[in-house]
Design a protein around this ligand. Structure first.
Ligand code: HEM
Length: 194
């Protein structure tokens, strides 16, 4: 995937499209597409991009020779930062809706809100250090720090299950994520043995 399609600005344009769609629909049809849809869709996109980010390593291990798998590996940090950007937008929509610090603080007693904040808190150091300068500065600790993505993912899915009226969709996504992780661990264990 070298050349014209290997452009970072193009990738970011594609990653921004769901956000533009959410804001555009909200602005154009506020009566039918309001806060409820915007908070749900922004949360979904953040969670989907997180799953794609976590799927990159197993995909790379499965398709070693494929150029597109190498490309995904090179762009893994961008995908993670995009997941964070949707989480930040999602949180901003929530803060805008609540409108006061008192309300925001009082809702911390709601389990799924507290878990959402904890997930977001773990996302921040990951997003801030997803660049070459931090990778070079942190050396081996970079990898250790970025293992925080796993507890963050668990918190995100707990947040999704607890926030949903019908958690079936959330459980389906948890199943997919579990399958991704099982594949990753299985390949890594096999490679260590052989
Ligand atoms: C890493 C950070 C986060 C991610 C990835 C995330 C993701 C999600 C997902 C996937 C949903 C379910 C959407 C659906 O039902 O289709 C959701 C719902 C929601 N989240 Fe988050 N979230 C995060 C953090 C937060 C934070 C910090 C808050 C606010 C404090 C928050 C507030 C909400 C609310 C209010 C809902 C809607 C619940 C409802 O349907 O009534 N989230 N989030």
């Amino acid at each position: 995937m070298r050349g014209r399609f290997d452009s970072r600005p193009l990738l970011w344009l594609v990653l921004a499209l769901p956000g533009i769609w959410i804001l555009g629909r909200w602005a154009a049809t506020p009566d039918t597409y309001g806060y409820g849809h915007a908070i749900g869709d922004s949360g979904d996109w953040s969670a989907w991009l997180l799953m794609v980010t976590l799927a990159v390593t197993p995909v790379r291990l499965l398709f070693r020779r494929a150029g597109w798998a190498k490309w995904l590996m090179r762009r893994r940090r961008d995908l993670g930062v995009a997941s964070f950007a949707y989480a930040a937008g999602h949180t901003a929509i929530y803060l805008w809706r609540k409108g006061s610090l008192d309300t925001v603080l009082s809702e911390l007693s709601t389990d799924y809100i507290l878990v959402g904040w904890l997930a977001f808190a773990l996302f921040v150091p990951l997003a801030v250090t997803s660049n070459d300068v931090s990778m070079r500065a942190l050396k081996q600790s970079w990898k250790t720090l970025h293992r925080l993505v796993y507890p963050a993912a668990i918190l995100v899915f707990l947040h999704w299950v607890w926030s949903a009226f019908d958690p079936t969709t959330a459980w389906i996504h948890i199943g997919i994520l579990a399958a991704i992780e099982i594949v990753r661990v299985a390949i890594q264990v096999r490679q260590r043995v052989t």
